[in-house]
Design a protein around this ligand. Structure first.
Ligand code: HEC
Length: 108
């Protein structure tokens, strides 16, 4: 009887491990390094950078935000819920994955 239970537990834990892995098939892991590359490649750095003249305040606002707030702000611009022509334009081509990566890079 004990042996049967042990075998049952072993089989179910393998099944659970496989199910957990499958949950990740469709979503790539959040990648802060990819976010850093996007931040530079898409030109975000031109405005949100302490070295950019007269733009320091916006950069500081970004680095003081939790990642979830950065992601929500970017989605809100992309979907037009937050009104700012510059940022709506900057976020138009971002995928959900891009937004998660940028948030991981920028967020606290
Ligand atoms: C041409 C300048 C410019 C560029 C380029 C730019 N931004 Fe912005 N960004 C702004 C301005 C201005 C605001 C404030 C807009 C507002 O009042 O909502 C802002 C706001 C934001 C906010 C919200 C900050 C807050 O306090 O809620 C985030 C997040 C952000 N930008 C990220 C980015 C990312 C990521 C990129 C690159 C994809 C980018 N920005 C490119 C000018 C820029």
């Amino acid at each position: 009887m004990l042996r049967i239970w042990t075998k049952y537990l072993a089989v179910t834990s393998v099944a659970a491990a496989i199910a957990l892995q499958m949950g990740h098939v469709n979503s790539r892991p959040v990648d802060a390094n990819a976010g850093a590359r996007l931040f530079s490649d898409r030109g975000c750095v031109g405005c949100h950078n302490p070295q950019s003249l007269n733009r320091g305040a916006e950069y500081r606002a970004l680095t003081a935000m939790p990642a979830s707030d950065v992601a929500e702000a970017l989605r809100a611009y992309r979907e037009g819920r937050r009104d700012n022509a510059v940022m709506q334009n900057m976020t138009r081509a971002l995928s959900d994955q891009d937004i998660m990566n940028l948030a991981a890079y920028l967020g606290q």
